[in-house]
Design a binder for this molecule. Structure first.
Ligand SMILES: C[S@@+](CC[C@H](N)C(=O)[O-])C[C@H]1O[C@@H](n2cnc3c(N)ncnc32)[C@H](O)[C@@H]1O
Length: 266
């Protein structure tokens, strides 16, 4: 429905999805949901927002949270005084699945679309429970509608690794004229370190899919701070900070970095 609204009226925001049952929701983020206590998700960013966002102040800023998932960051930023627009896939859009020859790509895509529905529902469930006014737009990172209008800050939290064309994703948000872009990514795992270091970090990301193992199917790239900075610099953004942190994924700390970049005066 949201997509129809978008094309019909040039109004990009999704219509609220009423969700009555929390069991219909897929939680990506662990959240404190009023009336439901702590709801466990894959990642627990509670108490870690400052480092995850690289210490960016969002007070009185208009923020686009790209790949908003269950919305933990979106709702936290709203609490800190931001006007937040979430952005994510819906069931009408596909994940960039790695098309390993011989794999049933259609089955992966269908499975993902099914899961996204429940992920989107968690966002709306949280929005109602937290009495939030945040809005959301559905689409792919390759087609971010200009109708969202100007934003001050764009957050790319753990999304660039999952998209086939991360540079295009960054380039797309530039049409919304952000002053600040925040990119949070996991550090390369030990097995890929040799591709991305050479005494110091290389400027190139590692291409992760491996034809021998046919894994992973949903991750394309492994970045380091320098490779993220290079892409942002090409687009006219200069790094002001790189923050290291290690939020827990199912309880296990995962080394990550956050690059905060500001638009260079033209
Ligand atoms: C790993 S989660 C990160 C969630 C959150 N940003 C964070 O940092 O905690 C990736 C998110 O990006 C979304 N996503 C993946 N591929 C996308 C694409 N091609 N276009 C838009 N969103 C995408 C997923 O649906 C999911 O919500």
């Amino acid at each position: 429905v949201s997509d129809l609204v978008r094309t019909a009226a040039g109004f990009p925001y999704a219509q609220p999805i009423p969700v009555n049952d929390i069991n219909d929701c897929y939680y990506y983020h662990t959240m404190d949901v009023p009336g439901h206590g702590v709801v466990a998700g894959q990642w627990d960013l509670r108490g870690k927002v400052d480092e995850y966002l690289g210490g960016v102040s969002v007070k009185e800023k208009r923020v686009l949270d790209i790949g908003t998932a269950s919305g933990f960051l979106a709702f936290e930023m709203e609490t800190r005084g931001a006007e937040v627009v979430g952005y994510d896939l819906s069931e009408n859009f596909s994940w960039d699945i790695v098309p390993f020859a011989g794999n049933d790509i259609a089955a992966y895509t269908a499975q993902r679309r099914e899961q996204i529905q429940h992920l989107n529902k968690s966002w709306w469930f949280n929005r109602a429970a937290l009495d939030s006014h945040a809005r959301v737009v559905y689409g792919t990172v390759y087609d971010i509608p200009a109708a969202i209008g100007p934003v001050d800050v764009c957050i790319f939290g753990s999304i660039l690794l999952h998209v086939r064309d991360p540079f295009m994703a960054l380039e797309q948000v530039c049409k919304l004229r952000p002053q600040t872009i925040v990119v949070a990514e996991p550090y390369p795992p030990r097995s890929l370190r040799s591709f991305v270091t050479g005494g110091r970090w290389r400027r190139t990301p590692a291409f992760v899919p491996d034809w021998r193992t046919k894994q992973p199917v949903e991750t394309w790239w492994s970045f380091n701070p320098r490779s993220v900075e290079n892409m942002l610099r090409i687009l006219g953004f200069e790094t002001v900070r790189v923050v290291n942190h290690a939020p827990p994924f199912y309880g296990k700390p995962i080394p990550m970095f956050t690059v905060v970049a500001e638009r260079v005066a033209e």
